[in-house]
Design a protein. Structure first.
Length: 141
């Protein structure tokens, strides 16, 4: 394996970029930051430190947060540090839905919109791996 194939684009993960061609998402494009961005790490650490003993595995102070609590932490961090914008998201009549943090929060927390959350997660993973040619093809530049 070539060394260059092991590297991620940390600058793109931090700043964010457009990612498209997401399975089951038609022409939806998401502007996301990568999971390795500093804000994501800070938010997940901060929120995990607030979790009570009762909401930790085994009721231990050092236990991992319970699965449903971890999920809530992850979604909060996705809202605050991963998803920046979208293009191609429409309502049922085909009218564009503009990006707002409030709408993003509603969609990411809604269990019925799990495919959207999964797409955001996949895009956040991909944004660090894309080559410059792939990013330009998606962004249309």
């Amino acid at each position: 394996m070539k060394l260059k194939n092991l590297k991620v684009n940390a600058a793109r993960a931090e700043a964010g970029d457009w990612v498209g061609d997401l399975p089951g998402m038609d022409d939806l494009r998401l502007k996301v930051r990568g999971f390795s961005n500093a804000d994501f790490g800070a938010i997940t650490s901060r929120e995990a430190s607030k979790v009570s003993r009762e909401q930790r595995e085994g009721g231990r102070r050092d236990g991992a947060p319970l699965p449903h609590v971890r999920e809530q932490i992850m979604v909060k961090a996705m809202v605050d540090a991963i998803l920046l914008d979208w293009d191609g998201l429409t309502d049922d009549d085909g009218a564009p839905i503009p990006y707002t943090k409030e709408t993003a929060t509603t969609l990411l927390y809604d269990p019925d919109c799990r495919p959207f959350r999964d797409a955001v997660s996949l895009a956040a993973s991909r944004v660090e791996e894309f080559t410059e040619d792939q990013v330009q093809a998606v962004s249309g530049n």
